[in-house]
Design a protein around this ligand. Structure first.
Ligand SMILES: Nc1ncnc2c1ncn2[C@@H]1O[C@H](COP(=O)(O)OP(=O)(O)OP(=O)(O)O)[C@@H](O)[C@H]1O
Ligand SMILES: [Mg+2]
Length: 243
């Protein structure tokens, strides 16, 4: 998948969350956003997901401009899988019903088809035993893996993951990261914002360092995490990798 952003800007009041982000990747692959807290990673992901409108600038996916009008955005959202920081499961639905809902309500699956796809995903994520539990009866890690399963169920053109492991303990984090690695092995395009630097370095085809609303650097992990990285990137990495 090809992605082109041109001069993307978004402010909240006086604060420029995104301050003219421009970049182009011929082949998205595993694109990983890193950078300091408040730098604009989530804002950028929300715009790509069609959940937030930029004040100015342009997004092109596979050469097609994303039009920030409600009807067009609804079409766009159908093609995108999102897993964000919070666990956005519907509390009144069971795990399997959470995965089924977009399939039946938006993607035209019959209830039987949706059940089959959902159970297959739950098995793959080793969550089949929890299929009938409501979110309140699931651990944070389980909820997050169900959110990933739900995002994948609709076979999205692009998967957006915003710190999918931020609320997980180390074992659950490893499990979710292994799942994401599997997605990469399967050749799925995804964009991931993460503070897991080791994982970013390992899994990314390309790393974008984003700080103060700007894209500071975009390159192969070997370059961004290596000796040739720009000063600002290096200072950030030295600080976070110290601990
Ligand atoms: N809905 C909003 N209303 C007001 N300010 C916002 C809103 N969303 C984001 N911001 C501000 O925009 C800036 C960028 O936030 P964003 O969440 O994109 O950063 P981030 O890089 O994802 O940070 P983190 O690594 O902590 O998740 C921050 O200063 C944030 O406070
Ligand atoms: Mg964020």
């Amino acid at each position: 998948m090809k992605l082109k952003l041109t001069n993307l800007a978004r402010s909240f009041g006086e604060h420029k969350a995104l301050d003219g982000v421009t970049f182009e990747v011929e082949n998205c692959g595993a694109l990983v956003f890193i950078g300091p807290s408040g730098g604009g990673k989530s804002t950028l992901l929300r715009i790509l997901a069609g959940l937030e409108k930029p004040d100015s600038g342009e997004v092109q996916i596979n050469g097609e401009r994303l039009v920030f009008e409600e009807q067009r955005l609804q079409q766009h959202r159908r093609k995108i899988g999102v897993v964000f920081q919070g666990f956005n499961l519907f509390p009144h639905l069971s795990a399997v019903e959470n995965i089924e809902l977009p399939l039946t309500a938006v993607h035209g699956h019959s209830p039987a088809q949706a059940r089959e796809v959902s159970m297959e995903l739950l098995r793959r994520f080793q969550l089949a035993a929890h299929a009938d539990k409501k979110p309140a009866a699931l651990s944070g890690g389980q909820k997050q893996r169900i959110a990933i399963a739900r995002a994948l169920a609709v076979q999205p053109q692009m998967l957006l993951l915003d710190e999918p492991t931020s609320a997980l303990d180390p074992a659950m984090t490893a499990e979710v990261l292994e799942t994401i690695e599997l997605l990469k092995d399967q050749g799925r395009d995804f964009i991931l914002a993460t503070h897991e630097m080791g994982f970013a370095r390992k899994v990314a085809d390309q790393v974008a360092f984003i700080a103060e609303g700007k894209l500071v650097e975009l390159g192969a992990p070997g370059a961004v995490f290596g000796e040739t990285a720009l000063g600002e990137t290096r200072r950030f990495l030295e600080r976070v990798l110290r601990w």
